[in-house]
Design a protein around this ligand. Structure first.
Ligand SMILES: Cc1cc2nc3c(=O)[nH]c(=O)nc-3n(C[C@H](O)[C@H](O)[C@H](O)COP(=O)(O)OP(=O)(O)OC[C@H]3O[C@@H](n4cnc5c(N)ncnc54)[C@H](O)[C@@H]3O)c2cc1C
Length: 325
């Protein structure tokens, strides 16, 4: 039994990068805090709220595209948090050293769209539990957010692509593409699909809470998006068979069973395993609630015979556990 690897942005690399020679790959970014305000909000569906965050500092935000993640830093008591945070390589130690009753919440979100030229970025927040009284701090904050509200974003300080920018999407150059996830993965999958060049067999299967959460996506030819409405079913119940069917249609599922993936211990650490970039073959990208993602990955690798090295899987959140707990 193993615990999956590779920490997402809570431990974002906080290197200070030197500028390289002309023509060299961009130097890895440093991570810094951007003080912003909520500029606009839009209710996209019963479960999704778009927050457009804006501020002059964001003209220096390092947009990475695809499934780029950031952290929102949310005040514990409504008071401004900027004065509590330090930029630079020790930001995380300094953050952890803050007293428990002061330390703000750090929550991971996807950059659904970035407009650094305008000093803006959009996040689509799932309003989980806001009606039933069990929402987390980020969902509660987003549900009540109004234009002018302050918040802080943790992200890279220069544009680029790939893992140093918090982007995990790394498909091979050829072969079919497959993506699946719950509502928390909809912003990432939407951003990935809308940026695809197209003309490559691609299926995305998305499970959302209600029919009103089916959002318009502007995808290129060759990309098929299948929405599943969870309704009263349990999370992932509809996804399993739909994932199976989609992979058979893409022609990548073997008839015989594949290897048994090492079991992943959900009790410790993060559920996060992203293979190194390959040059060809089917690429599968799975994200959402950790237990659901674990079951989907097992289906892909054990039941459908996909090589483990073709499957990126990410537990975006865990049922019953606050982020970082
Ligand atoms: C790389 C990455 C990208 C992400 N992108 C997005 C995104 O773009 N939009 C988005 O909405 N989320 C996204 N998430 C998921 C988000 O970080 C979590 O849902 C987070 O836990 C929400 O914080 P909170 O303060 O509302 O709840 P927490 O305080 O973390 O949790 C409180 C309780 O709520 C439960 N809970 C948390 N999230 C959900 C949920 N979605 N549905 C039901 N119960 C939940 C927990 O199990 C816990 O019991 C992303 C996560 C990662 C790792």
């Amino acid at each position: 039994m193993t615990t999956a690897t590779s920490a997402p942005a809570g431990r974002a690399p906080a290197t200070s990068a030197a500028s390289g020679p002309v023509g060299a790959a961009p130097a890895a970014p440093a991570y810094r805090f951007f003080a912003v305000t909520v500029a606009r909000t839009q209710q996209l569906g019963p479960s999704f709220r778009r927050l457009t965050l804006a501020g002059p500092a964001l003209t220096g935000f390092g947009a990475g595209g695809d499934d780029q993640r950031i952290k929102l830093v949310i005040s514990r008591d409504g008071r401004p948090v900027e004065g509590l945070l330090t930029d630079g390589p020790n930001w995380y130690q300094d953050y952890c050293a803050l007293p428990d009753d002061v330390r703000p919440y750090l929550r991971t979100y996807t950059v659904r769209a970035a407009r650094p030229g305008l000093g803006e970025l959009d996040v689509h927040v799932v309003l989980h539990g806001v009606d039933g009284g069990h929402a987390g701090p980020a969902a509660s904050w987003a549900a009540a957010a109004e234009p002018g509200d302050p918040v802080v974003v943790l992200g890279p300080d220069r544009p680029g692509r790939g893992r140093p920018w918090g982007c995990e999407w790394a498909p091979p150059l050829t072969g079919p593409l497959f993506l699946a996830g719950d509502e928390t993965a909809v912003p990432a999958i939407g951003a990935i699909l809308e940026a695809l060049p197209g003309e490559r067999p691609t299926i995305a299967v998305l499970e959302v809470p209600t029919a009103g959460d089916v959002l318009p996506l502007d995808v290129p030819p060759g990309v098929e998006v299948r929405w599943l409405v969870r309704g009263s079913r349990s999370r992932g119940e509809a996804l399993g068979p739909a994932v199976h069917a989609a992979l058979c249609e893409l022609g990548v599922a073997k008839r015989s069973a594949g290897e048994d993936p090492e079991d992943v211990d959900l009790g410790r650490g993060l559920l996060w395993e992203v293979p190194e970039r390959r040059t060809e073959g089917c690429y599968a990208w799975l994200a959402g609630e950790a237990g659901m993602v674990k079951a989907l990955r097992r289906r892909l690798v054990r039941d459908l015979g996909l090589p483990r090295t073709s499957v990126a899987f990410m537990g975006y959140w865990r049922l019953g556990a606050a982020e970082g707990s």
